[in-house]
Design a protein around this ligand. Sequence first.
Ligand code: NAD
Length: 243
Amino acid sequence: MNQSNQNTPKPPLTNASEKEPIVVFTGAGVSAESGLLTFRDMGGIWNQYDVTEVASPLAWRRQPELVLQFYNERREKVIAASPNAAHYAIAQLEEKFDVTVITQNVDDLHERAGSSKVLHLHGEIRKVRSSLDSKLVYEWPEAHLVLGQLCEKGRQLRPHIVWFGESVFAMHEAAQLFGQAKKVLVVGSSLVVQPAASLLAYASFEAEKVLINLEHANTQGNYEYLQGSACEQVPTLVERWLI
Ligand code: NAD
């Protein structure tokens, strides 16, 4: 490096890492107003399909066609849905913060609303992967995946979804992000599905912590609770945090 380069004043850094890190943790409730049913509201669906018959490795071995049909129906609905005001407000937080969205949802509505860092703990319905090599993951823009559609190693493709009995993705990274966050916003989760719900305990004592949900969820009292729908409450909170 020559002398003149050394003396050239550097422009101020404005990259994302200078912004305060925050975490937004979402569950099915954030997508409810986009027309996607929550787990609980899925009574009808789970009546048609026993969950162990459609969302487990055993089900995949025994009845792959039924499993694919179940996820094809879910994928159709996700493709037809659009992000709502809560997804857009969460994306807007990036104006001021280094935001990671950690979601239990398998839909892609956070990405479509503009969030740039999204960790999907339970997989992504618009992706598929090899049933032989879990590292072979593919974008899947179509609604349907059927038997006979194979990965490059010649094995059947399966939904890129964490089934019962399988390991949740990125838990270690998610726990670290919770621990570093200066603010934590939890939206639309019953906090009963483990191990995802246990992440809340990693938030630091000093972090500002807010829970938005239609009904009270078990946060052991250390979260400010704003009762109401995601579309009503999230934009208001985001406005407060962006000031
Ligand atoms: P959950 O169904 O257990 O709980 C949803 C929570 O959202 C409830 O507490 C409910 O009171 C609240 N809620 C409902 N409508 C709301 C609204 N409009 N605004 C704010 N809150 C609202 O969901 P969970 O905690 O995410 O766990 C269930 C599992 O279901 C997760 O693993 C998730 O992967 C899966 N799931 C995902 C989707 C999706 O991808 N959109 C949909 C259904 C289920």
